[in-house]
Write a protein that binds this ligand. Structure first.
Ligand SMILES: O=C(O)[C@H](O)COP(=O)(O)O
Ligand SMILES: [Mg+2]
Length: 425
């Protein structure tokens, strides 16, 4: 037997091996604690230690994490000095393919430990064995070619507004107007699921009937991001229903429903060859305060591993919501992850036609862009708003100034007169 105590979880000269998960944290130690003490407690509590010294078999140490690479920031603030630290976790600590278990280690008890006043999981480097134990996206950004014919422009979605309260007939009419106005996707809002004013089954049947009509009339492929969010069993039934109705996608509120359920949906979607659109409502509870929680970057990494094909990652500060590092996150979602598919980022929240040139300039065109108010708030209604949005995105993708395109697109001219290039709040 050997004794292990929290100090044993720190080794500033440690070099992680290839199959270890390396997590970077920003910590603010408690005022009576050194950075080294706090860092070793983080590694201990998030792997196999606790506050008391334990007598264990020697091989149990193989599951211990190691804190290393401590970078203390100079500050005048009261309390212990904040620091960036890295923690390496051995592969055997994790159950392959179980995101709930992984998060209970790396973002579990440590988020509330008294040893740290603040702790934020900033970034992870996912090793091959752990990363490839997850399914990853079935399609990723290939949805652009698999489901649509959008060429080099981003694919375009709209969410009916008001976000809840429209009847099924009204909701479907909004979808039809948007599709025939030139948009690719109708999207449910995050808090619309199966309420009495707009029941899921009715909405599913009627929306796909309208989608088929719009496809026929426009000669363009159209699709629908219907929100299946519920308990896991109900979601799986809804996935089957969407497949039977001819859908290509389901939408899931991934944070509120939980990653384990997302993994179940991913498995079921594979049977049907369907994609997952991930709405990130409630992410800000984890990532808005910069010193604490879990960064959006890490949430997006988790979403990719669990297998979503599209995820909201912000608007690079052009929209109505606070966004953390949209560029960096999108770049990560497009980069290599041991052969797993990429994820198509979705820019949404306060967007309108006048913002499109700047948005494409900042984020490129490998994107899904979503506008609710920026379509339905058009003075001439949803159909005109959709035409203006499509014209603006096409012009931006082609590098044509909006004012020039607006000369032969009166709906775009109206939208620009109305909203200009203002960032809404
Ligand atoms: O779910 C979303 O992405 C928002 O409802 C966007 O709505 P907005 O375009 O009206 O801001
Ligand atoms: Mg919304």
């Amino acid at each position: 037997m050997v004794g292990i105590k929290y100090e044993d979880f720190l080794d500033t000269s440690y070099e992680p091996v290839d199959d270890e998960l390396v997590c970077r944290f920003r910590i603010q130690p408690a005022s009576d604690m050194t950075v080294e003490d706090a860092a070793s407690r983080v590694a201990s509590e998030s792997s196999n230690g606790t506050w008391a010294e334990l007598q264990v078999d020697g091989e149990v140490r193989d599951l211990s994490a190691t804190a290393f690479d401590i970078d203390v920031e100079e500050t005048d603030a009261a309390g212990g000095d904040p620091a960036e630290i890295a923690v390496a976790y051995p592969d055997a600590l994790f159950e392959p393919g179980n995101m709930a278990q992984v998060l209970s280690c790396i973002a579990g008890n440590i988020m509330g430990m008294k040893a740290v006043d603040r702790i934020r999981l900033v970034d992870c480097t996912w090793p091959e064995p752990l990363a490839t134990s997850f399914a990853g996206p079935l399609f990723g950004s290939s949805v652009r070619e698999e489901f649509f014919d959008a060429g080099d422009r981003p694919i375009l979605a709209t969410v009916p507004k008001p976000k809840v309260g429209l009847t099924t007939d009204q909701h479907v009419q909004v979808g039809y107007d948007a599709w025939t106005g030139g948009l690719d996707l109708l999207k449910d809002d995050e808090n619309l699921t199966d309420q009495s004013f707009n029941p899921f089954q009715e909405r599913l049947t009627e929306s796909f009937a309208a989608r088929d009509r719009a496809q026929e009339e426009t000669g363009e492929p159209k699709s629908y991001l219907i929100n299946v969010t519920a308990d896991a069993n109900t979601m799986l039934d809804r996935v089957d229903d969407v497949a039977a109705a001819g859908g290509e996608y389901v939408m899931v509120d991934v944070i509120t429903t939980g990653w384990a359920a997302v993994q179940s949906v991913r498995e079921r979607c594979e049977r049907h060859g369907m994609a997952i659109h991930a709405h990130r409502a409630m992410h800000a509870a984890f990532d808005r305060l910069p010193e604490h929680g879990v960064s959006m970057r890490v949430l997006a990494q988790i979403a990719r591993l669990c297998g979503v094909d599209q995820i909201h990652t912000g608007t690079a500060d052009l929209g109505k919501l606070e966004n953390e590092d949209t560029y960096g996150i999108n770049e990560w979602l497009a980069g290599d992850l041991h052969g797993l598919n990429d994820v198509l980022p979705t820019a949404s929240g306060g967007l309108h036609p006048g913002l499109m040139p700047e948005l494409l300039d900042r984020l490129g065109t490998n994107l899904c862009i979503q506008a609710g108010g920026g379509v339905h708030g058009h003075p001439d209604g949803t159909h005109a708003g959709a035409k203006a949005f499509r014209a603006a995105v096409e012009a931006a993708a082609e590098g044509v100034p909006l004012e020039e395109r607006a000369r032969d697109h009166p709906d775009l001219e109206t939208a620009i007169e109305m909203w200009g290039t203002e960032t809404p709040r």
